[in-house]
Design a protein around this ligand. Structure first.
Ligand code: PGA
Length: 253
C-alpha cells in the first residue's frame, strides 16, 4: 500500500434526501473499522446543498468531509435567484466544492466565470475540486492537451492558494458512459497535467490530480497502477454505499 494520501470523492449530483444519511453512515462505519488499513485515504462526499447542513449535524465525524457541487461567483449574497455562494456553503459546513464540472460547463459556464468561482471559494477557505476534461470530438482530433492547457491557464491564477486546489481530470466522454481511457493514454495525460500545472504556476510540489469518469468497483484496480493519480471523483457509484466501499477496498487490493 502506498503512503501517499488518496482521495475518494463522491459526487452525488442531483441525488439524495434525508434518508440518504444511511449511505453515509455505512461508509463511515466502514471507514472507522478499516481506518488502520486505509488510513491514507480521504473520503469526501459532495452532496446537494439541501443536505450539507443536515449531514454535517448527523455525522459529527472527521473521517468523512462534506462538500458542495457548485457555487456562484459572487462570494457572499446578491440578487441571483436560485444561486448559492461559497460563503453560504461554508456556513452550512462544506469544506470542499466542485467547480467546473462538465455538466455545468455545458450550461454555459466559461473559463473566466470559473476563475471567479474558484477565487470566491478559496477566499472562503473551501478546497476547490476543479474539473477539467476534453470532449470525444476534441480527443478524436488530437486536441486533448491543448484543451486541458487552456482550461488550467484560463481559470487558475498564479496568485491563488494552490494548496486549496485539487484538479479532477474527467474526460467528458467517460462520464456516466462506462468508458474509461486507455491506461497508457491516461498516464501520459496525468504526467502532462502535473507538468503543465507546475510550470504555469511555478510550483515545486506536485498538484493533487484525480481521475473521474465511470469509476467503479470493477475497473478501479486498473487505475492503481498509475501512481500519478491521487484519487478519484466518483459519480454514479458513490450513490451506493456498497459500490463506494468496494471501490476503496479494491483499490488497495
Ligand atoms: P460517473 O461521474 O462516475 O458517474 O461517470 C463522474 C462525475 O461526473 O464526476
Amino acid at each position: 500500500m502506498t503512503n501517499e494520501l488518496k482521495y475518494f470523492i463522491g459526487n452525488w449530483k442531483m441525488f439524495g434526501d434525508y434518508g440518504s444519511i444511511e449511505i453515509i453512515k455505512k461508509i463511515h462505519n466502514f471507514n472507522t473499522k478499516f481506518t488502520k488499513n486505509y488510513k491514507n485515504s480521504k473520503i469526501i462526499l459532495c452532496v446537494p446543498s439541501t443536505l450539507i447542513s443536515f449531514f454535517n449535524k448527523k455525522l459529527k465525524s472527521k473521517l468523512i468531509s462534506i462538500g458542495g457541487q457548485n457555487c456562484h461567483h459572487e462570494q457572499k449574497y446578491g440578487p441571483f435567484t436560485g444561486s448559492i455562494s461559497s460563503s453560504m456553503l461554508k456556513k452550512v459546513g462544506a469544506k470542499y466544492v466542485i467547480i467546473g464540472h462538465s455538466e455545468n460547463r455545458k450550461e454555459g459556464e466559461t473559463n473566466l466565470l470559473l476563475k471567479k468561482k474558484i477565487s470566491s471559494a478559496i477566499k472562503e477557505n473551501l478546497v476547490v475540486i476543479f474539473c477539467i476534461g476534453e470532449s470525444y470530438l476534441q480527443k478524436k482530433n488530437g486536441k486533448t492537451f491543448s484543451v486541458l492547457r487552456k482550461q488550467l491557464k484560463s481559470s487558475i491564477n498564479k496568485k491563488f492558494n494552490h494548496n486549496k486546489i485539487i484538479i479532477a481530470y474527467e474526460p467528458i466522454w467517460s462520464i456516466g458512459t462506462g468508458k474509461i481511457p486507455k491506461i497508457e493514454d491516461l498516464r501520459k495525460t496525468f504526467k502532462f497535467i502535473i507538468k503543465e500545472y507546475k510550470k504555469n504556476f511555478s510550483l515545486k510540489n506536485h498538484p493533487v490530480v484525480l481521475y473521474g469518469g465511470s469509476v467503479n468497483d470493477r475497473n478501479i484496480s486498473v487505475f492503481s497502477s498509475i501512481p500519478e493519480i491521487s484519487g478519484f471523483l466518483i459519480g454514479g457509484a458513490s450513490q451506493s454505499s456498497k459500490k463506494f466501499i468496494d471501490i476503496i477496498k479494491n483499490y488497495y487490493k
